[in-house]
Design a protein around this ligand. Structure first.
Ligand code: FE2
Length: 343
């Protein structure tokens, strides 16, 4: 049996590393665990060589500190083997670019901030091969998301409404707007391939979120079948009502025994025009992390649990992607009924 997928992926990984501004002579670490895709390790390794960089493929033991199974959830708790190993951390800090091919990444692990502070840039990759290729970013994606960040920074209120009944008011001052553009080109930058989104970390939001049929619950990778109403006050989900998915969310919040489970976390909107809303239906759960849903152009993405700017450490992280919302920032509509305003 031939295994040609790594060869097939070499061009896409090389284009990705060039977007990360990998230069000749820089040092790349390809980080993996035993459950990582071998074809991705090979493709990243080959791409780094193609760019003339030094490259080390480092495989560390699997095992996550999070109670959730490592099925490409996006929770980003890191690997115990790195969290407990200063030699591994030193290697990652000494790299110019880390290609993170671990199953869950490190986005919510404080150690990642330490690594980034050393100037290392990190690109996290774990979706399926054709998802990566279809959503390969463009350099101009960064300029577009930065315009969204500037808008959020200059504004006071984000207001989200939908025909289904959503009416949520979000206070923006202090909400630390940021972005994902699908490549990590600046020193100390983390990013995720694929992704194109604008987000912020508000503390206070009030009103009601109504999930409509077809919205996507992550990390479960399930579509909403019956509308769900979430009553929100002061950034906290007070009440969840509806059908089966409402029961599922209530059970998740209760089972987590996590004090921040019902607190809202990041919020924003997707700008990835190549994203496919049906990818969630068409792939096995272990094949996909779900960036097609999270970054889908014109979706309103909100989440629960961890909040680094309020020092809330939590493993109870849901990302919920909604179609059909209108998102207005200080009255300027950036998403209208689920479509980007400028497209
Ligand atoms: Fe998230």
């Amino acid at each position: 049996m031939f295994d040609l997928t790594s060869v097939d992926l070499l061009d896409a990984f090389t284009r990705q590393l060039r977007l990360c501004k990998l230069r000749e002579g820089e040092h790349v670490v390809v980080l993996s665990e035993p459950g990582s895709r071998g074809d991705y390790v090979a493709a990243a390794f080959g791409a780094a060589k193609t760019c003339g960089a030094h490259v080390i493929a480092a495989t560390v033991p699997g095992g996550s500190p999070a109670p959730m199974p490592s099925t490409h959830t996006g929770a980003g708790p890191g690997l115990i083997s790195v969290l407990n190993d200063t030699t591994a951390q030193t290697l990652l800090k000494s790299a110019d670019l880390v290609v993170d091919l671990t199953r869950e990444g490190f986005i919510h692990a404080p150690v990642q901030q330490e690594i980034l502070r050393a100037g290392t840039r990190i690109i996290f990759v774990c979706d399926a091969p054709d998802v990566l290729i279809r959503n390969l970013p463009k350099e101009s994606d960064k300029e577009e998301v930065l315009r969204g960040v500037e808008l959020l920074k200059a504004s006071s209120v984000m207001h989200v409404t939908s025909a289904a009944g959503t009416d949520l008011t979000i206070q923006l001052p202090g909400s630390k707007p940021e972005f994902q553009c699908g490549f990590a080109d600046d020193p100390g930058r983390w990013d995720h391939w694929p992704s194109t989104m604008v987000l912020c970390w508000p503390e206070i939001s009030d009103g009601r979120i109504v999930l409509a049929e077809g919205d996507i619950l992550l990390p479960f990778k399930e579509y909403v079948r019956t509308p769900v109403t979430l009553e929100v006050s002061g950034g906290h989900i007070d009440k969840v009502t509806g059908g089966a998915e409402a029961e599922m969310l209530n059970t998740f919040f209760d089972d987590s025994q996590d004090r921040w489970a019902r607190s809202l976390s990041h919020m924003g909107w997707g700008l990835m025009r190549t994203a496919d809303w049906f990818a969630t239906a068409m792939y096995g759960k272990d094949d996909l992390m779900g960036m097609d849903a999270r970054a889908f152009a014109g979706n309103f993405l909100w989440s629960t649990g961890p909040h680094p700017h309020l020092q809330r450490e939590s493993y109870a992280h849901l990302d919920i992607a909604m179609r059909g919302c209108t998102v207005a920032v200080d009255g300027a509509e950036v998403v209208i009924s689920g479509r980007l305003a400028e497209s």
